[in-house]
Design a protein around this ligand. Sequence first.
Ligand code: F6P
Length: 360
Amino acid sequence: MVLTGGGDCPGLNAVIRGIVKRASQEQDWEVVGCIESFNGVLREPTEVEILDEKRVEGLQIQGGTILGTTNKGGPFAWPVKEADGTWTTADRSDEMLRKLQYMGIDAVINIGGDGSQRISLGLYNKGLNIVGVPKTIDNDLSMTDYTFGFQTAVQICTDAIDKLVTTAASHNRVFVIEVMGRDAGWIALHSAIAGGADVCLIPEIPYDINRVIDKINSRYNKRRGNCIIVIAEGAMPKGGNVTGTETGEVGYQHIKLGGVSEQLAADLKAAGVEHDIRCTILGHLQRGGTPIAFDRVLATEFGVRAMEFVLEGRFGQMVAYHHPDIIGVPLEEAVRQPHLINPDERLVHTAKGVGIEMGG
Ligand code: F6P
């Protein structure tokens, strides 16, 4: 059985296709897809779909996931409405494992980010034959060089910066471009370098607004000039906090990040910056549409190898990209700590080397 969990991401369908195509080369293996992560097994009636070669034809191009996904709840924290209207959670993992056995499922491939792989680990520890596949545009999973979907998101952001550069120059404006990434600045850092930004602010380096102002000033000759600031949604000023809101959505366990670009613009204005400032929040555009070739290839490699791990009985592992190989890492290690930017790392050095102000 294959399923996709967490936020969607370009390349999910390419992984599903890789799994199904590789499985079809074996006798005795049939692949079923579970709808909306594990929810399809937990719901009554069960929501699963048989996946054959015909169903996955051409899927490497298609964004999103044909199986649907969710980043709420899960078998260990299923949302339950109490009589008084409040919500609690129930652990339905044992019930789900019994149901999988009843359905005759021999193995599960769980395509998802850190939250999903924590669920994989919990289920593996309870005896499920499970293999993980690392997915997320944030690239924040350690033990793999890249997650698929990340490079597509970086390309989308870079294309946006390329467009905003020309309008910023025409109007002598400061542009603040907010990109996703949650607690990791990978999308911001890569797209700032690729797009030739002037400032890049990431969660791993809380920023000093005075450094941002100095950079803006250096980019103007009296009123002529422009400045491109790329800011990760999880960035924060020195001594400050992230900008976000509680969604109030049932089962959603995160703060919804967003709005730090507008906060920075307001702070710059309050500090006396007189140039026009405009903000662009790229939001879910970064997760939509067709995966670029790199992600199609990586996702296909992950899919094929994940299926081979099943055939080889290598459970409790996550497939991972360690250039030039696709290897397996224990799920426990895969989720131990997030993959964040070390301020001393090569790419930060490169950004500074081309004059990008990192804010701290
Ligand atoms: O983890 C992927 C991601 O796109 C983050 O970059 C972002 O903060 C979050 O998901 C948005 O989640 P949602 O789709 O629930 O708004």
